[in-house]
Design a protein around this ligand. Structure first.
Ligand code: ZN
Length: 198
């Protein structure tokens, strides 16, 4: 039996809710309000198929969410903030994100924004900034995170890192790709990042 799109999103939302509820660093960021399902058109980018084929779950607690995310890769409203001139063709072929929960997400709330984001191995996500406060939580894989006023850190599944408003940050993947939950809160929650350090 093939699951309906609505059921696939409900399963992902439920799995994310369970992970947030069980993870104080996530629940402590912005709580977890009830969000209302909203129809968003499927918009697939090349990275969606890479996420769907990926079956490397380091942490058992992530298995339900990661499986649910793979199941909706062809249904999600994937986005790419940057142009080829900014990041290059290879980056665009192996990166993408969608807003599962948030002001314009598949589940609607203005209290928090929860992106699911993927970068393939060997990519450099250049320095960028945004107003909203941000918490990265690694669902699978690993990457080196850099931020101004801080030493670089290698983050693996279950690790988090926080970015203050307008704190420039960058990310580099090694051999492995990385799949991350990215939470935003506060002023600028409905904005977008931009390239640069200011
Ligand atoms: Zn950011």
């Amino acid at each position: 039996m093939t699951a309906s799109p609505d059921l696939s999103f409900a399963q992902a939302y439920h799995a994310l809710t369970m992970l947030v509820a069980a993870t104080p660093r996530l629940m402590g960021f912005a709580g977890w309000p009830l969000a209302v399902a909203a129809a968003r058109p499927a918009h697939v980018v090349p990275a969606a198929s890479l996420v769907k084929e990926w079956a490397d779950d380091d942490i058992p607690a992530h298995a339900a969410l990661n499986a649910a995310l793979r199941a909706l890769c062809d249904l999600a409203n994937w986005q790419q903030t940057y142009s080829e001139a900014e990041v290059g063709a290879d980056f665009l072929a192996r990166y993408g994100y969608f807003e599962l929960v948030g002001p314009t997400g598949h589940y609607r709330t203005d209290a928090v924004r929860a992106y699911i984001a993927y970068w393939g191995g060997g990519l450099v996500y250049p320095w960028h900034v945004h107003e909203a406060e941000e918490l990265y939580y690694i669902l699978a894989g690993e990457a080196v995170f850099e931020a101004e006023r801080r030493s670089p850190m290698l983050l693996r599944a279950g690790d988090t890192t926080f970015h203050a408003p307008w704190q420039p940050h960058a990310m580099t993947t090694g051999v492995q790709p990385v799949l991350a939950l990215v939470l935003w809160r506060g002023a600028g929650i409905d904005g977008l990042p931009r390239m640069g350090r200011a």
